[in-house]
Design a protein around this ligand. Structure first.
Ligand code: GTP
Ligand code: MG
Length: 204
């Protein structure tokens, strides 16, 4: 049976006022436009069209919230770095993302989807910086691994681990052939089980 039999779309936010109440726990998916975020979400949750995928970069322009289980959500963040988007729209995405990371107490973890053929770039590292104050674990999915041969995959993996510099864990992933899907699902479930930040702090 699926780990998330009740997964469903909840709402889209184009401004912070439209974010769902900051309660319970949620895990967010970020990454460059067209990196394979929505495909990764669908593969991990095991639902074909939960998050909309597209051949056209920049498809997910809003922050999309999904219900996973009572008190547990998944968040598909708008992709960054798509050059053919008007500067004003890019600025809006940036503000929306910054507002999200600034004070999202329910955030328990961040997945960053990175095309394995491009590897970790400057914008991905900026995401790492933005969420650092929230002290949540970050997990990089090197997506579309089916596009590379084994040796190339290992090289990209080593490069990504080095770029992340201990700020994130890294794994190889393919929504197409299923490589790494089970591992990513375990990671997601682990993040959702994590205690709230306040409890973590008081425990130390
Ligand atoms: N071969 C291969 N193609 C993939 C994989 N994952 C995604 N794709 C393709 O990459 C394109 C973009 O995938 P999406 O999942 O929509 O990417 P996204 O990051 O959500 O894109 P935006 O929301 O537009 O930022 C689509 O054409 C997918 O079919 C994969 O694991 N293997
Ligand atoms: Mg998408």
């Amino acid at each position: 049976m699926s780990a998330f039999p009740d997964a469903r779309f909840l709402t889209s936010a184009n401004q912070p006022a439209q974010f769902l109440p900051d309660e319970g726990v949620e895990v967010a998916f970020a990454g460059r436009s067209n990196a394979g975020k929505s495909s990764a979400i669908n593969a991990i949750v095991n639902r074909r069209q939960l998050a909309r995928t597209s051949k056209t970069p920049g498809r997910t322009q809003l922050i999309n919230f999904f219900h996973l289980a009572p008190g547990q959500r998944l968040v598909d963040l708008p992709g960054y770095g798509y050059a053919r988007v008007a500067p004003a729209v890019q600025a809006h995405w940036r503000e929306l993302l910054v507002a999200y990371f600034r004070k999202r107490r329910s955030l328990r973890g961040l997945f960053i989807a990175v095309d394995i053929r491009r590897s970790v770039g400057e914008l991905d590292l900026q995401m790492l910086d933005w969420c650092r104050p929230l002290a949540v674990p970050v997990h990089v999915l090197l997506t579309k691994a089916d596009k590379l041969k084994r040796g190339e995959k290992s090289r990209s993996f080593a490069h990504a681990v080095e770029s992340a510099g201990g700020g994130a864990t890294v794994q190889i992933f393919s929504a197409e052939d299923g490589e790494g899907v089970a591992e990513a699902r375990e990671r997601l479930l682990g993040m959702l089980r994590d205690p709230p930040v306040s409890k973590r702090r008081s425990a130390t």
